[in-house]
Design a protein around this ligand. Structure first.
Ligand SMILES: [Zn+2]
Length: 98
């Protein structure tokens, strides 16, 4: 593995890590307050298109990154739909749970 690929995978890891609080909040609190299903749907479609592009140009970092982006945005869409009207006590009180 080259240094450039290592840098790319570290960056990809940070992207994945950034999704964790949102997914954790959705699943634990059954709360979708502040989640834009429209935005996540567009990010999911974008991730799929970029994944196809990455496969065609055979870029292992971007294949991994866009597969993760697609999977994680889809996870948020599924749980945001499941808990469409869910709101936790923290969001009800107007505080930021993150
Ligand atoms: Zn909440």
């Amino acid at each position: 593995m080259t240094l450039i690929e290592i840098i790319g995978f570290v960056g990809s890891g940070l992207v994945i890590w950034a999704y964790v609080p949102q997914i954790e909040h959705l699943i634990k609190e059954h709360c979708s307050a502040g989640v834009s299903r429209r935005a996540y749907t567009l990010w999911f479609i974008a991730a799929l298109l970029l994944f196809i592009h990455a496969v065609i140009i055979r870029d292992i970092v971007f294949i991994f990154l866009q597969a993760a982006n697609a999977l994680l945005t889809l996870t948020i869409i599924v749980f945001a739909n499941k808990y469409r009207n869910g709101i936790c006590s923290t969001h009800k009180s107007g505080k930021d749970p993150f």
